[in-house]
Design a protein around this ligand. Structure first.
Ligand code: ADP
Ligand code: ASP
Ligand code: MG
Length: 405
């Protein structure tokens, strides 16, 4: 008998038929005698629709009310999934994130899990029930409903697997596992049998939305080994785990494209100590994550000024623009521009540590495709470039072809 946490994403619960399929799969494990905790997402498209509804009311809705609204998506699915299990004569009960004991901080729309006290989950499992938990949501210590950021059901599943000390954690989705690139964009992408936490983390935070990046961070921290696999068949998936020696033999594990980035350029920023600190403190206070930053060499030595560019997630662009405008009087920059038509292309692999020449090959490949590089950033195991959105997929295919085939 094993304790298994299974997470089903939006497409896997996208309609009543799919929900019945989930119930059938859960039943198979249950009838083997396993204890099963099922984490579900909102049905596909539901969260996006709720966001659209909110934006139709006002462009920058209160984040507390957004969480109140978005949490309803997962609440629909838990009840329907419990019903689908009841229809198969399986004892099952649904719980909201709060009922499952998921306590978060108060940063609405991207709350962090602070602790989990799954007392109720344990008690229900012990009484022979399948427990269905709403993904993506939690509650502050003060009782406010929060959500964990887009794709946050992955985090719910991994965190519950850690808290429950589950024997297995399975992330069911609409592809057979983690591929060398998004198989919807790169038809030649190959499924990986295994991948290290660090590589998965880089791929996820750089745009491969197959796993929410924070969930991978959490898995790494707590040593949760998990499998990404398809809810539509029984093929073995991809195991995500600690790096092993043989993993370094492969130079490039995967390529990702993040189209969800936007660039802000502040022109004519006085080049003196404290200015960058003021700008990025303002953004941090507004809970805006800044990714790449590039500062140009100063012009004009009399009163030196420079241009400063940085990238943020597209949904944060309006908020970032507001923060920058409020600093205009204080900092006296000339103007601020935003550009939504960019994408970040990244190449990831732990093998880069021991193989040189990867960057040169990436730049050559992009040059051959006439793709201009606007920003570059690297770490030990990745190279990222900002390029024009319109050339993103073409560049991704070319880089995949050169490094992976
Ligand atoms: P779910 O709703 O199950 O959470 P998501 O839509 O969030 O599923 O993630 C699955 C999708 O991630 C796939 O359909 C695929 O298009 C995309 N994807 C992006 N990069 C990758 C990759 N490297 N490997 C597999 N899938 C990827
Ligand atoms: N429903 C949420 C979203 O669409 C959470 C998730 O699917 O994991 O982002
Ligand atoms: Mg997802």
């Amino acid at each position: 008998m094993a304790l298994i946490v299974q997470k089903y994403g939006g497409t896997s619960v996208g309609n009543p038929e799919r929900i019945k399929n989930v119930a059938a799969r859960v039943t198979k494990y249950r009838q083997q005698g396993d204890q099963v905790v099922v984490v579900v997402s909102a049905m596909s498209g539901v969260t996006d629709n709720l966001i659209k509804l909110a934006k139709a009311i006002m462009p920058l809705p209160s984040e507390r009310e957004m969480d109140m609204l978005l949490a309803t998506g997962e609440q629909t699915t838990i009840a329907l999934t419990a019903m689908a299990l009841h229809a198969l004569d399986i004892d099952a009960v649904s719980l909201t994130g709060a009922q499952a004991g998921i306590v978060t901080d108060g940063v609405h729309t991207k709350a962090k899990i602070q602790n989990i006290t799954p007392k109720q989950v344990h008690a229900l499992l012990d009484s022979g029930k399948v427990v269905i938990v709403a993904g993506f949501q939690g509650q502050t210590a003060e009782g406010q409903i929060t959500t964990l950021g887009r794709g946050g059901s992955d985090l719910t599943a991994i965190a519950l697997a850690a808290a429950l000390k589950a024997d297995l954690c399975q992330i069911y989705t609409d592809v057979d596992g983690v591929y060398t690139a998004d198989p919807r964009i790169v038809p030649g992408a190959r499924k990986l049998n295994e991948i290290s936490y660090d590589e998965m983390l880089e791929l996820a935070s750089l745009g491969a939305k197959v796993m929410q990046s924070r969930s991978v961070e959490f898995a790494k921290k707590f040593g949760v080994v998990f499998e990404v696999r398809s809810s539509l068949n029984d093929n073995p998936g991809t195991i995500v785990k600690e790096e092993t020696e043989s993993m370094e033999d492969v130079v490039i594990r995967g390529v990702s494209l993040d189209k969800n980035q936007a660039k802000v350029t502040i022109v004519g920023v006085p080049d003196k100590p404290g200015v960058a600190a003021r700008i990025f403190k303002g953004l941090a206070d507004a809970a805006i994550n800044v990714d790449m930053i590039v500062q140009n060499v100063s012009r004009n030595t009399e009163s030196p000024s420079t241009d400063l560019s940085f990238t943020v997630d597209k949904p944060d662009l309006a908020k970032a623009g507001k923060v920058i405008e409020t600093l205009k009087a204080e900092i006296a920059f000339r103007e601020a521009n935003t550009d939504e038509n960019i994408a970040k292309l990244s190449i990831v692999g732990v093998g880069m540590r021991s193989h040189s020449g990867v960057a040169a090959k990436v730049f050559e490949t992009l040059a051959a495709e006439s793709v201009n590089i606007e920003m570059i950033s690297t770490s030990e195991i990745k190279i990222s470039v900002i390029i024009a959105l319109a050339k993103g997929e073409q560049a991704m295919k070319a880089v995949h072809q050169v490094f992976i085939g």
